[in-house]
Design a protein around this ligand. Structure first.
Ligand code: HEM
Length: 538
C-alpha cells in the first residue's frame, strides 16, 4: 500500500466504497455487467437440463461456495466495536509514544472474545475472555492483545499448542464445545502446575463476566517503555471498566446460554446503539528496569505472576470509549488481525518466553486465516499513518505500486534515499544487554513457585466469591471421567489452601489430601476481589 491508498479514517475509498454500498435499483455481476434475472438458471427449455454455459449461475454459486474463511485457531468467537482513546499525558515521562502524549485522540478497534469455543458457540461459558485493542496511532498501529485475566496458564509459548489441544473439545467426540469441564483440560492443568493460578481465576467469578463492558483487561506480560531521553521502565498494562467489574453467577450463566447464546455480543452492540458508550480507563503499573527484572521478589518475566496493586498502584494514563458498532461483522470483526509485534516507538517487549512465541504465532496464523501475506491492506487493518514499505506482490495484493526499484536506497526511482533514526520517529529496538549465556532448553529457577500467587488470590476473596469458586471446581471436576485426574486436581488445591481443597473434595465425595509443599506466607490483595475492587480516578 502507498499513502495514497489510505483514507484519513482508514476506511475504503472510491470504488471500494461503491462496492460496499450495494445500493441501486439494478444488479450486476462481479464484472459490473447488468443482470436481467438472478432467480433462474439458464436451461434448455423451462423443464430442460441446466446449461453449463450459464456463467451467472457459475459465478454466483462459486462465490457462495468460498464465503467461509477459517475461524481463528483460538478466540474464534468474538464481538468488536470502534472507539476513541484519549490520553491524559500522565505516561509522557516514561514513554515517548506519541499517542500517549497529553490530550491526543486515537481511533481504536476493540475485539472481545472467548478463547476455546468455535465461532458459533455461546457467550456466557466459563472461559477466559480476550480483550484486544488496535490503536491506529500517528506512528503506526499499536496492538495491545490482552485478556480479562492478568496471568496465563503457561510460562513458555512452546506449550501453547499443548494447552490449547487440551482445552479444545476431545478429538474423538468433539465435546465439550466450549467449557473447561473435561478430562484433557484438567489432565493438562494438573500435570503443569504453573497453570494453577490462571485456572483459579477461571473458576472464580472472573470466568463468567456479566458483560464485556464490566470486564477488566490486562496486557499480561511485562513490557518495556522508553522515554524521549532513552530511559526505560518496565510496565504492566491494565484496563479498568468505568462500570466496575461484575460477573454472572453460574446458574444465570447456564440459563442465559440457552435463552440467549449471543448475550454478550447483543449487550455490547445494544449499549453502543443506545448511546451508553462503554468506557475503560487505561492504566500502568511501573517497575524499575533492573538487570534482574524482578519487583519485590516477583519475577516480571513469568506471565503466571501478577504484581499486587497494593505493591505497585495503577496510574491512569488515558480513557477508552467505544462509540460505534461495526457495520459489517465479516469485514471488521472477523478480518481484524491483531499482533503483539505491532509496536510503536516508546513501547518495546521484554524477554518473557511466552511473549516471544506470540511474536511469531500471530503473523503466522494470519497468513493461513486471511489467505496470504497482504492482510495489512484489508480496510480494518490499515494503519492511519502513511505506509511506505518494500513489501510487494503476493496473494490478494490490492496496491498498485509505482517505480521500478522496490528497495532503498536506490538511484533509479528519482534517486530515493532511505532516512532513518529515532530522532526521525523510527522504531529503534531498545539496546538491552543480553547476558552471556549457554544455550539451554530449561526454565529458570524463579519460574518454579506455582502456588503462592494462587494462594494470595484465594485469600483475597470474599466469602461468597470463595463459595462460587468451590462450586465451580466441583461442577467442572465432577464432569471428569477419570478419578485419578480429580484426585490430582485436589492435590493442586491442597497446595493452594486447605479450606478450598476440603470444600471441593466434599463436593466430589473424595478425601482431601494434605499439601505436598509448605503453604505460602502471603498477604491478601483486596483489589483482587470484585467486592474490594477499585478503579483509579472515580
Ligand atoms: C488470538 C490473547 C497467548 C496464539 C488471541 C486473541 C487474544 C489473545 C485476545 C484474539 C485476538 C482477536 O480478537 O482477534 C492472548 C494472551 C496470551 C496469549 C493475553 C498470553 C498472555 C498466546 C500464545 C500463542 C497465542 C502463547 C501462541 C504461541 C494466538 C493465535 C491467535 C490468538 C494463533 C489467533 C489469531 C488470529 O487468528 O488472528 N490471543 N494470547 N496466544 N492467539 Fe493469543
Amino acid at each position: 500500500t502507498g499513502p495514497d491508498t489510505v483514507s484519513p479514517t482508514g476506511q475504503p475509498t472510491g470504488a471500494d466504497q461503491a462496492r460496499m454500498a450495494q445500493s441501486g435499483s439494478y444488479l450486476t455481476n462481479a464484472q459490473g455487467t447488468r443482470l436481467y434475472d438472478t432467480d433462474h438458471s439458464l436451461k434448455a427449455g423451462p423443464r430442460g437440463p441446466v446449461l453449463l454455459q450459464d456463467h451467472h449461475l457459475r459465478e454466483k454459486v462459486m462465490h457462495f461456495d468460498h464465503e467461509r474463511i477459517p475461524e481463528r485457531v483460538v478466540h474464534a468467537r468474538g464481538a468488536g466495536a470502534h472507539g476513541v482513546f484519549r490520553s491524559y499525558g500522565t505516561a509522557a515521562n516514561v514513554t515517548k509514544a506519541a499517542f500517549l502524549a497529553e490530550d491526543v485522540e486515537t481511533p481504536v478497534f476493540v475485539r472481545f472474545s472467548t478463547v476455546l469455543g468455535s465461532r458459533g458457540s455461546s457467550d456466557t461459558v466459563r472461559d477466559t475472555r480476550g480483550f484486544a485493542t488496535k490503536f491506529y496511532t500517528s506512528e503506526g498501529v499499536f496492538d495491545l492483545v490482552g485478556n480479562n485475566i492478568p496471568v496465563f496458564f503457561i510460562q513458555d509459548a512452546i506449550k501453547f499448542p499443548d494447552i490449547i489441544h487440551a482445552g479444545k473439545p476431545h478429538p474423538d467426540r468433539e465435546i465439550p464445545q466450549a467449557q473447561s469441564a473435561h478430562d484433557t483440560f484438567w489432565d493438562f492443568v494438573t500435570l503443569h502446575t504453573e497453570a494453577a493460578h490462571h485456572t483459579l481465576w477461571n473458576m472464580s467469578d472472573r470466568g463468567i463476566p456479566r458483560s464485556y463492558r464490566t470486564m477488566e483487561g490486562f496486557g499480561v506480560h511485562t513490557f518495556r517503555l522508553v522515554n524521549a531521553a532513552g530511559e526505560t521502565t518496565l510496565v504492566k498494562f491494565h484496563w479498568k471498566p468505568k462500570l466496575g467489574v461484575h460477573s454472572l453467577v453460574w446458574e444465570e450463566a447456564q440459563i442465559i446460554n440457552g435463552v440467549d447464546p449471543d448475550f454478550h455480543r447483543r449487550d455490547l452492540a445494544d449499549a453502543i446503539e443506545a448511546g451508553a458508550y462503554p468506557q475503560w480507563e487505561f492504566g500502568i503499573q511501573t517497575f524499575p528496569d533492573t538487570p534482574d527484572q524482578t519487583f519485590e521478589g516477583i519475577d516480571l518475566l513469568d506471565p503466571t505472576n501478577i504484581v499486587p496493586e497494593e505493591l505497585a498502584p495503577i496510574q491512569p494514563i488515558g480513557l477508552l470509549t467505544l462509540d460505534r458498532n461495526p457495520s459489517n461483522f465479516f469485514a471488521e470483526t472477523e478480518q481484524v488481525a491483531f499482533h503483539v509485534g505491532h509496536l510503536v516507538p516508546g513501547i518495546d517487549i521484554t524477554d518473557d518466553p511466552l511473549l516471544a512465541g506470540r511474536l511469531f504465532s500471530y503473523l503466522d496464523t494470519q497468513i493461513t486465516r486471511l489467505a496470504g501475506p497482504n492482510f495489512p491492506q484489508i480496510p480494518i487493518n490499515r494503519p492511519h499513518a502513511p505506509v511506505n514499505d518494500m513489501l510487494r506482490d503476493g496473494f490478494h495484493q490490492t496496491a498498485v505500486h509505482r517505480g521500478v526499484a522496490p528497495y532503498r536506497p536506490n538511484s533509479l526511482d528519482g534517486g530515493c534515499p532511505f532516512t532513518a533514526g529515532a530522532d526521525l520517529g523510527a522504531y529503534v529496538e531498545t539496546p538491552v544487554r543480553v547476558p552471556e549465556a549457554t544455550k539451554v532448553r530449561e526454565a529458570p529457577e524463579s519460574f518454579n513457585d506455582h502456588f503462592s500467587q494462587p494462594r494470595r488470590f484465594w485469600l483475597s476473596m470474599s466469602p461468597p466469591e470463595r463459595e462460587h469458586i468451590i462450586g465451580a471446581y466441583t461442577f467442572e471436576l465432577g464432569k471428569c471421567y477419570e478419578v485419578a485426574i480429580r484426585e490430582r486436581a485436589l492435590q493442586v488445591l491442597a497446595n493452594i489452601d486447605p479450606e478450598l481443597c476440603a470444600g471441593v473434595a466434599a463436593g466430589l465425595g473424595l478425601p482431601a489430601p494434605e499439601p505436598t509443599v509448605p503453604l505460602a506466607d502471603v498477604e491478601p490483595s483486596p483489589a483482587l476481589s470484585q467486592v474490594g475492587h477499585t478503579w483509579p480516578t472515580d
